[in-house]
Design a protein around this ligand. Structure first.
Ligand SMILES: Cc1ncc(COP(=O)(O)O)c(C=O)c1O
Length: 416
């Protein structure tokens, strides 16, 4: 059940042009090799709700959601109008701070279990790096133990080009759900360890997603404290998605510090560090946290409005319902068609991956599967999990399930 390749003429032309202007044409994870080259568009033109349109006029149901920020949907009028009003009526970039950060910090204290004090930055990487600096200052120690992706800054960047070794040599890594691995690291480095930072929900790069095994997060916190280190949850993806209070609320384990970003402002650039006052207070004088754009108000206004809507419209409940429906249906299809694929994750964030085989046929299957999916105008990433947003409709989800079934028929015919 093959279907025609999409017309991507404008995307390809624009990308060729871009390569002479911008290193790699486009940056990082948005480069074509992170999708199926030649099959996926490279440039989007617009979006509305859960749909996006590329520069060749192809429309897609978008399950990548801008890699996470689009929790409600694109062009969300209430949020955009609040931002536009701010621009028109007051302005947003001043020599001194406007008042919205107090409101946001108050809101954090109300809804996020660990939040005693908060501070706001521009990106997720800003937030994780700030939390690390606070923890190092608070403990007077240097080493960091990490689990998960925490951004592109020197201490945690996955690709080491251009980074002096001394800037990351005090950072050690363990695998999600591997409490023993963490214990071994702490036994060796615990006395010098300032913090253990972990994504409370497991979403390793291009791998199956994992929920915490019973006792895992509790164990991480306990052993981190045993060595007088700071327990940091990186909630950049799980925050304002798994529950209003984050994964810490959902799983009932409260860290010392937590960082948020992505979904908290429905696409506007903001990151947050929150947690125990005695640690956060290191930011009063010992730790320098400042950027020209940190106090700009538009993202605060967007975050306040987004959070208001998430609460008022019970957005996360709706996402859980849709996502559970989607995941159950897809699981049923994958059980039936047996092409060596599986769906992992939880309702708001899920991933269809292919089981590795010795002959490495899984790679070809993955390419074929995602090719068939994108040709049917469903935008899912082969190497990164997807998200459900509030504006995905029942019709979108049912259409997607049908597209997945057709792609599975294609694989069955080709590989069996
Ligand atoms: C868990 C996690 N932490 C940190 C980051 C870094 O955030 P940003 O890309 O906004 O710098 C990301 C980004 O994907 C992330 O997923």
């Amino acid at each position: 059940m093959n279907v025609q390749k999409l017309n991507l003429t404008n995307s390809v032309k624009e990308f060729e042009y871009a390569k002479s202007l911008i290193p790699g044409g486009v940056l990082g994870i948005r480069r074509p090799y992170n999708f199926v080259e030649g099959e996926y568009p490279i440039y989007f033109d617009s979006g509305k709700g859960g749909r996006v349109t590329d520069i060749d006029g192809n429309e897609y149901i978008d399950y990548l959601c801008a890699y996470g920020p689009m929790i409600i949907g694109n062009r969300e009028e209430e949020i955009d109008n609040a931002v536009i009003e701010q621009i028109r009526e007051k302005g947003f970039c001043f020599s001194l701070t406007q008042r919205y950060q107090n409101q946001l910090a108050e809101k954090f204290r109300e809804i996020i279990p660990c939040a005693e004090m908060s501070l706001f930055v521009c990106t997720g990487s800003d937030a994780t790096s700030t939390a690390i600096r606070l923890a190092r200052s608070y403990t007077g120690k240097t080493k960091i133990i990490r689990c998960g992706y925490h951004g592109w800054h020197d201490w945690c960047c996955e690709v080491k080009g251009g980074i002096p070794k001394k800037l990351y040599e005090d950072v050690y890594e363990f695998h999600y759900n591997d409490l023993e691995g963490l214990k071994v690291l702490l036994k060796e480095h615990g006395n010098d360890t300032a913090a253990v930072i972990i994504t409370p929900f497991g979403h390793p790069l291009a791998e199956e997603m994992q929920e915490p095994q019973p006792g895992f997060l509790e164990g991480v916190k306990e052993i981190t404290h045993k060595y007088n280190a700071v327990c940091i949850f990186d909630e950049i993806r799980s925050g304002f998605r798994i529950s209003m209070g984050g994964a810490q609320q959902y799983y009932g384990v409260i860290p010392d510090l937590a960082v948020f970003g992505k979904a908290m402002a429905n696409g506007y650039a903001i990151g947050a560090v929150t947690g125990k006052a005695e640690i956060m207070k290191r930011g009063e004088s010992d730790v320098f946290i400042s950027s020209t754009f940190f106090p700009n108000s538009l993202s605060y206004v967007a975050a306040l409005k987004t959070i208001e809507m998430l609460e008022r419209d019970k957005v996360l409940e709706a996402i859980w319902q849709k996502g559970n429906y989607f995941n159950n249906k897809v699981k049923g299809l994958l059980d039936k068609h047996k092409v060596g694929a599986r769906i992992t994750g939880i309702a708001p964030m899920m991933f269809i991956t292919f089981d590795k085989d010795q002959a490495k046929q899984y790679k070809a299957k993955r390419t074929d599967f995602y090719t068939q999916i994108i040709r049917r105008n469903v935008f899912l990433q082969p190497f990164h999990h997807g998200y459900i947003c509030y504006r995905h409709t029942q019709e979108d989800i049912d259409y997607t399930i049908k597209a997945i079934e057709e792609a599975l028929f294609f694989l069955e015919e080709k590989y069996q």
